[in-house]
Design a protein around this ligand. Structure first.
Ligand SMILES: Nc1nc2c(c(=O)[nH]1)N[C@H]1C(S)=C(S)[C@@H](COP(=O)(O)O)O[C@H]1N2
Ligand SMILES: [Mo]
Length: 199
């Protein structure tokens, strides 16, 4: 039997903005493995390690001193919800990477978060304009539930790559699976190609 569901008028008007297999959610879900860690701004640090000339760690104030940007973007969770049109404010990944000398052989990163959550991305995916460390959403401080004080934000990939409660970036020559990738999620995770599972 061939079952399919016709798109509603509203879904059709979303046109090319909804990646294949996704639906739009109006309310922003909270989704993560484990409990919500409470991280104080004063004790938050971001550690840059691996293939760098000198490892370095940044305080929240040091992050705030870097140039900021606000990006209006859609995000897409692999569990099929997509949230459209919110405003994400933070510091471009590139601005943080500019503080250190990344060795030329580094091509990937393993991003580390509280409670052992990790996710892998290529440096090409992290160096795009919209990739950033986000600390505000729709004009308010990012809540703890959504990864505050600071989360990674890479909207062109499935949202599991946008690590909440981010703590570090390890620069690597070879790609290495993170938490979900180790359970079979895709190493890159492009929602437009439906890279949900597999390499
Ligand atoms: N540290 C951490 N970051 C995480 C996750 C997680 O379990 N732990 N889940 C990811 C997944 S699967 C999604 S969809 C988004 C959800 O972010 P939200 O709760 O702000 O919607 O966070 C991502 N970042
Ligand atoms: Mo997700």
């Amino acid at each position: 039997m061939n079952i399919f569901r016709r798109k509603s008028k509203e879904e059709e008007s979303l046109g090319d903005r909804l990646p294949p297999g996704q639906y739009q959610t109006k309310k922003w879900p909270v989704l993560h493995y484990g409990s919500v860690p409470r991280v104080e701004h004063a004790s938050w640090r971001l550690t840059l390690s691996g293939l760098v000339d000198k490892p370095r760690s940044l305080s929240f104030d040091e992050l705030m001193a870097l140039p900021h940007q606000t990006v209006r973007a859609d995000v897409h969770c692999v569990t099929r919800w997509s949230l459209f049109d919110s405003e994400w404010e933070g510091v471009p990944f590139r601005a943080v990477a500019g503080l250190i000398r990344i060795k030329p052989e580094a091509r990937f990163a393993l991003v580390q978060a509280e409670q052992g959550y990790t996710t892998n991305l290529s440096l090409d995916d992290l160096m795009v304009d919209e990739a950033m460390f986000v600390h505000r959403w729709n004009g308010a401080d990012l809540s703890a539930e959504h990864g505050g004080p600071v989360r990674l934000f890479v909207p062109h990939l499935y949202f599991w790559k946008s690590a909440k409660w981010v703590r570090g970036v390890e620069f690597l020559a070879e790609d290495r699976p993170g938490f979900w990738e180790g359970y079979g999620y895709h190493m890159r995770g492009d929602p437009w190609k439906e890279e949900r599972y597999g390499v």
